[in-house]
Ligand binder design. Structure first.
Ligand code: SAH
Length: 327
């Protein structure tokens, strides 16, 4: 919900200051309309219904996977596309993968979002409205900033959204931000009061290969990125999740596994090997190659897990969010 618009309309209606928090409490609980907000005067409910849409986002399309995953394509009020994904797990966990930007200014060579045009940073309200869209369907308990965009390049709005997520049912401990390794952003997370989790998209064990895959590495090379992650770990006493997308014949050689094992201290990092969801440029490593890679890491006492792919049949899996309808 556009909270500034809400404040303006409430002020114009001469309403007391506490009305805004009353409305937010209802919205955060997932109500579907103002008529349900029974502690507001009926006249005010009607006025708000006419003047303040419940969400800043309009749903353009929604797709459902056989595994229960739901992907929603939204438009902002000024017509910028973005996508968010609800993942349902057997243990009952409900995790929402949200976008922080429409498009992305970075150009990682393997990522579908990196190929679409960058639109703009999303506001805190627009980020929250993605989670609230799914909250109106069922309770949610995890949020990951792993959708479109680079959250650390929009860190003020991302953190403002995180501050309000607990009202929606998602504690800061159950919120994670994924980054390409934007050093100032990692430092902001380390210093911030909220205990938010950090995930690092690494994808290569040396600067040469990483720069090929992720141009941002020229600006923040590996050593600087890992130093920032060490600072986060020291400050927060929480491990950093490393994401390593498995590209066939590119970053999945046994030598890469050995290099990676030498690079990452298992007291600081947990490694997630991500099966690549082909979006054009590369082929994904076979399950056998991923397993061989994992085994070498384990031999070097660096445990890694292979991430479950969800929602592949609806293009909702890692790195596939690219708002195709407009591309
Ligand atoms: N910009 C942030 C947030 C996006 S997270 C970041 O890069 O961390 C999206 C995750 O999916 C990243 O780890 C990204 O590297 C990964 N990814 C991108 N394209 C992918 C693809 N086609 N298959 C699997 N993972 C992909």
């Amino acid at each position: 919900m556009d909270t500034q618009r809400l404040d303006e309309v409430l002020a114009a209606a001469g309403e007391p200051g506490y009305r805004a928090s009353q409305v937010w409490e209802w919205v955060a609980r997932g109500v579907g309309g103002y008529e349900e907000m029974t502690n507001l005067p009926a006249g005010l409910r009607e006025r708000l219904a006419a003047e303040v849409p419940l969400s800043t986002l309009a749903v353009r399309a929604e797709a459902r996977s056989d595994d229960g995953t739901v992907k929603t394509l939204f438009d902002t009020a000024d017509g910028r596309p973005l996508e968010a994904v609800l993942m349902r797990y057997r243990d009952g966990r409900r995790s929402v993968c949200v976008s922080s930007q429409s498009g992305c200014p970075l150009t990682c060579t393997f990522c579908a979002t990196g190929r679409m045009q960058f639109g703009r940073n999303l506001t805190a309200d627009e980020i929250l409205d993605q989670a609230l869209h799914f909250r109106r369907v069922e309770a949610i308990d995890h949020v990951v900033f792993m959708g479109m965009g680079e959250p650390t390049m929009n860190i003020d709005n991302v953190l403002a959204a995180c501050e309000r997520l607990p009202d929606v049912g998602v504690t800061n401990r159950r919120t994670s931000i994924s980054t390409v390794g934007w050093v100032p952003g990692i430092d902001r997370l380390a210093e911030c009061e909220m205990p938010i989790g950090l995930a690092l998209s690494l994808h290569a064990p040396n600067d040469g290969l990483r720069s090929q895959l992720m141009p941002v590495n020229e600006r923040y090379p590996l050593a600087e990125v890992l130093a920032a992650c060490d600072r986060y770990r020291a400050k927060r006493r929480r491990k950093v999740f490393v994401e390593y997308v498995m590209l066939d014949g590119v970053n999945d050689h046994p030598e890469h596994a050995r290099e990676l094992a030498a690079l990452l201290d298992p007291r600081i990092y947990k490694i997630n090997l991500i099966p690549y969801n082909p979006t054009g440029a590369y082929d994904g490593s076979s399950p056998e190659r991923i397993e061989a890679f994992r085994a070498i890491l384990a031999e070097h006492r660096v445990p890694a897990t292979v991430r479950l792919t969800r929602g592949r049949d609806i293009d909702a899996a890692c790195g596939q969010l690219a708002a195709k309808a407009t591309a």
